[in-house]
Every structure is written in structure tokens, then in C-alpha cells.
Design a binder for this molecule. Structure first.
Ligand SMILES: [Zn+2]
Length: 76
């Protein structure tokens, strides 16, 4: 196994972070006024809107990693 720590260190979210809705790997971390939420790309698209915007004060969006995974042939 080859460690790719240089590459992964750019990202905040890890494979340990799971979507709150479906347990897929989380790519969006929303820090809100009363807690934190994790979303996969699919559920972030569903949840994104006025309700989420009024809750969130910080959104860490790493969905561009999905493109990277697709290039590797990893279908999320
Ligand atoms: Zn999900």
C-alpha cells in the first residue's frame, strides 16, 4: 500500500466522515448554530436551500473530490 498523505492532507473530511442521511462518505461539512451536519454530494444537493443557509455559518464543500474519485473509477 502506498500512502498518499500529501494528497489527503489537503482535505478536511476523511473516509470516517459519513453523511447523516445515508451513511455514504461525506463531502460537505456544515457547521451550524446548533450543531454540525455531514452530507454526501447527493444529500447536500437535496438539503441545500434557505433552511440550511439560515442554519449554517460555515460550509466546507469538498465535492470536487467526487470528480477525483470518478476519474479513479470509484462510483459513489
Ligand atoms: Zn447522503
Amino acid at each position: 500500500m502506498t500512502e498518499t498523505s500529501e494528497q489527503t492532507s489537503e482535505w478536511t473530511l476523511t473516509a470516517m466522515d459519513r453523511c447523516d442521511s445515508c451513511s455514504a462518505q461525506a463531502y460537505v461539512h456544515v457547521k451550524g448554530i446548533s450543531g454540525e451536519l455531514f452530507f454526501c454530494g447527493h444529500h447536500y444537493n437535496k438539503a441545500n436551500g434557505d433552511k440550511l443557509n439560515s442554519f449554517a455559518f460555515e460550509v466546507i464543500d469538498e465535492r470536487e473530490r467526487l470528480v477525483e474519485n470518478k476519474l479513479k473509477g470509484d462510483d459513489y
